[in-house]
Design a protein around this ligand. Structure first.
Ligand code: ATP
Length: 240
């Protein structure tokens, strides 16, 4: 099962968050089902990254609650949320430049993960070829693969990806899309923040649009694709 009808894994209810006095999230509501891939779309500054950080426990919500599985996680620290299987791959990837690819991967290792080193190398053969290279020697696409591979070794039940294909060449984007399909098919739920709508609509079951810190649209991939007005109104783009 990978549709909205599968059991709920993550439920974000009326979540507010602040940076100092700045009220950035103003009542976010969203859910992700087991095995589902949802996107968070919206213009720059809408609150997408802040939503991911709040789910990951990097930012504590000032109101509302976040349930993961059967547990309320909104008051937990980041490492406690991560231990439960929530993995955030941030926009700038967090690759350690002075460590090798393999050392970077091993930093994510948890024994209970079904993805160990060889499994990650199977999904990302480029990482195997580059296993002894330093993180700083990798291309942008390889760094992204490394960041996703390290997250897999951390036994994710929910993977959150912040603009994973930004600035990458089309051929690498295709490779990453194919790899994300494999990861999704293995049952990992995914929240994808991404400006590339082609990528989003190839992968997603459902889409959310964020505007000024609140969800203003929720729809299935088919409904979203059929609705040009939504894209014009909230994203300022039409699709080819
Ligand atoms: N560390 C911070 N301190 C203060 N304000 C911040 C901080 N990070 C983000 N903001 C502000 O919070 C709002 C939401 O930012 P956020 O990064 O969540 O948006 P986004 O939708 O992910 O956009 P982008 O695609 O530009 O990253 C923006 O107005 C931004 O300027």
């Amino acid at each position: 099962m990978n549709g909205a009808s599968a059991p709920t894994l993550l439920e974000v209810e009326q979540v507010h968050a602040h940076y100092g006095k700045s009220h950035v999230l103003q009542g976010v509501n969203l859910r992700v089902a087991d095995g589902e891939l949802v996107t968070l779309l919206g213009r720059n500054g809408a609150g997408k990254t802040t939503t991911l950080k709040t789910i990951a426990g990097v930012i504590q919500p000032t109101q509302g609650q976040i349930r993961f599985g059967t547990e309320i996680v909104s008051k937990l620290a980041t490492h406690q949320v991560a231990q439960r299987g929530v993995c955030l791959v941030p926009e700038h990837r967090g690759v350690f430049k002075l460590l090798t690819v393999e050392e970077n991967l091993m930093l994510g290792q948890r024994k209970q993960s079904k993805w160990q080193l060889d499994d990650v190398y199977q999904i990302f053969p480029r990482l195997k070829e580059r296993r002894s290279n330093g993180g700083g020697q990798l291309s942008g696409g390889e760094q992204q693969m490394l960041a996703i591979g390290r997250a897999l070794m951390n036994a994710p039940r929910l993977l959150m990806l912040d603009e994973p294909v930004e600035g990458l060449a089309p051929v690498i984007v295709e490779e990453i899309v194919a790899q994300l399909k494999v990861i999704k098919a293995a049952g990992v739920s995914i929240i994808l923040v991404e400006q590339n709508l082609e990528v989003c609509t190839q992968l997603a079951d459902r889409h959310y649009i964020v505007e000024q810190g609140a969800i203003v649209y929720e729809g299935s991939n088919a409904d979203f694709l059929a609705d040009e007005a939504i894209k014009d109104r909230y994203l300022g783009v039409g699709m080819a």
